[in-house]
Design a protein around this ligand. Structure first.
Ligand SMILES: Nc1ncnc2c1ncn2[C@@H]1O[C@H](COP(=O)(O)OP(=O)(O)OP(=O)(O)O)[C@@H](O)[C@H]1O
Ligand SMILES: [Mg+2]
Length: 273
């Protein structure tokens, strides 16, 4: 059964700039970045550590990790609405409800003293009220492959993969139109990573959400996204349909990361894993 969701919407980032104030001079961590996630599509964002991928994601929900960071330019359009000038209380109506986010460290994102079912329920209650919230939470858990017996369990009683499933359930439960997944599998072992990515992809397709998938794994981007953006030092250096970018990379940096990724996978094959 499909859960009621907000209507599909494009997320369009236009000329976004994010700056961190420093004692000597400001550091531009996101520099004039434009990227588009068409409604119902899955888009990848890749690039080296420190490139500004997470900052771009945080800017969308205005949850920048330090008070010194600020959006200094650009627009973030969800459908027709620009989120950048919205006052906090109004933006709160979008956080979680219209745009869901999944972070890297499931154990850090879960509250250790609240049962997983209550945590999934929380977002539903905030955005849709208490009525039917429990049933909707159970349904969200079911969608990520966790049966109703998980409702009353606590995070420490779950494996890392199960914890990440709970976070995915929490993110999809309020029925967002857009899902931003920032390294959703990096804390997990390789086999579980593939399962979680398959799951994310399946729920994204089933629920018709738009998804921004931020990852270091070019293999996952190749399999699971239609369009890819390559980021380096705060800027998008290349973008295009994923197959095209991977087959015929134009930017030297994209060529380098593809070459490294191929070497790693060849090495893994030779070593039998
Ligand atoms: N809390 C913070 N305080 C100050 N600077 C930060 C903070 N978080 C990130 N930065 C800086 O912002 C820049 C972009 O970081 P960001 O976290 O967006 O990179 P990333 O592309 O997500 O990297 P990774 O792949 O390692 O997650 C980096 O120069 C980083 O040092
Ligand atoms: Mg990051």
């Amino acid at each position: 059964m499909m859960m009621p969701s907000h209507p599909a919407a494009d997320l369009c980032i236009e000329h976004l700039t994010v700056v961190i104030r420093k004692a000597d001079r400001p550091l531009v961590v996101v520099n004039n970045v434009s990227l588009e996630i068409p409604a119902g599509r899955s888009v990848g964002l890749v690039g080296e550590s420190g490139a500004g991928k997470s900052m771009t994601a945080y800017a969308v929900l205005r949850i920048l990790p330090t008070d010194a960071a600020a959006i200094t330019g650009g627009r973030i359009l969800l459908g027709d609405v620009d989120l950048v000038p919205l006052p906090e209380p109004e933006l709160n109506r979008y956080r979680g409800a219209r745009i869901g986010m999944i972070f890297q460290e499931p154990s850090a994102a879960l509250n250790p003293i609240l049962s997983v079912g209550e945590q999934v329920k929380e977002g539903i209650v905030v955005h849709h009220g208490k009525k039917g919230a429990r049933e909707r939470a159970v349904e969200a858990l079911r969608q990520v492959g966790l049966d109703p017996s998980f409702f009353g369990r606590y995070p420490h009683q779950l494996s890392g993969g199960q914890q990440q499933r709970v976070l995915i359930a929490s993110a999809i439960a309020p029925g967002p139109s857009v899902l931003i997944a920032d390294e959703p599998t990096s804390g997990l072992d390789v086999t579980v990573q593939a399962q979680i990515l398959d799951l994310l992809y399946r729920v994204q397709q089933e629920l018709g959400m738009s998804m921004l998938l931020i990852t270091h794994s070019l293999g996952l981007v190749a399999q699971r996204t239609e369009h890819v953006y390559v980021m380096r030092r705060g800027e998008i250096v290349e973008s295009g349909p994923t197959a095209q970018v991977f087959e015929d990379p134009k930017h030297p940096y994209t060529r380098t990361i593809l070459k490294i990724a191929r070497e790693i996978s060849a090495y893994r094959r030779t070593c039998g894993f």
